[in-house]
Design a protein around this ligand. Sequence first.
Ligand SMILES: C[S@@+](CC[C@H](N)C(=O)[O-])C[C@H]1O[C@@H](n2cnc3c(N)ncnc32)[C@H](O)[C@@H]1O
Length: 325
Amino acid sequence: MIAVFGSLLSVPRETAKPGAHEPVMLTEVLEYLDPQPGDTVVDGTIGLAGHATALAERVGSKGTLVGFDWDAAMLERARERMVGAPLNALHLVRDDYRSIPARLAELGLAADGILLDLGLNSAQIDDPGRGLSFLQDGPLDMRMNRDDREPAAALLNRLTAAQIEDALREYGDERWARAIAKQIVERRRSAPLRTTNDLVECVLAAIPPRAREKRIHPATRTFQAIRILTNRELEDLEGAITAIAETLTPGGRLVVLAYHSGEDREVKHAFKALSEHGFQVLTPKPVGPTPEEIFTNPRSRSAKLRAIRRETTTPEGRSSWRQSQ
Ligand SMILES: C[S@@+](CC[C@H](N)C(=O)[O-])C[C@H]1O[C@@H](n2cnc3c(N)ncnc32)[C@H](O)[C@@H]1O
């Protein structure tokens, strides 16, 4: 069975499409998630389905995979890639991963493994129409879900300088937060910000050339921060992770890949609290990619993997719990 929620869709099974997309830390994700044949696994951020394809192979023809993405375009790409997956059931849900507990309950499923690979993927960055890239001019939008929320330009034309500064500092660790916020507010007095180039120009005007980092584009941190702000990516992330972990079967595992300190902090706090309530943290310290992976896939360089496992309440472990449901 293959179902796409939002627009419920049946699609024919066909051969999975090959893709050049490199899922980050795939070996480590599989090691910590440890999916078994027949398991129900949830990919809360399915994206281009790199991890999901490997998970589907592991759980096999008796297994179930539920994939979430709040971006309709990504979910469609995932569907194209997953239609031939050798699964008993595939459910694709267009929604925030925060709704995993509610959506699993609707489906009558409990998860043996859940993956959250936070942030965004290269296909989203490379599309200039989304306004996520400082290298290509485009509308300053940045929304992953275009059905709701304000585009980034509307936010930057509305918020106070102090609010913009706070976001740049908190979500981007940007040392020049005050100067950039001041530039944005000054610039919008003559004309509202509309494009990614408008924002890049504010950053370049705020950071003196001698103070710019050589390793990354000066607008990197600003674009990350404004994207997180626009999509409210960190809003109650700790609470969401706790609720998601609680949908696991005994023995079930949750693996989270975070890409910046704000995200990783929320994951760490959630896992610490869970460790006092029937969960075992499998990664006392976050695990990073190998130097080889960073070399072949530079996007992986900032990844931090954390994993947690729900204690078993029966000696037989997770499968006997599932049968008793
Ligand atoms: C880093 S990519 C995932 C890549 C994926 N693991 C793969 O192998 O192709 C993150 C994906 O999660 C989605 N996403 C980010 N935050 C989300 C949220 N709160 N709810 C649902 N999807 C989200 C993004 O739209 C993006 O497609």
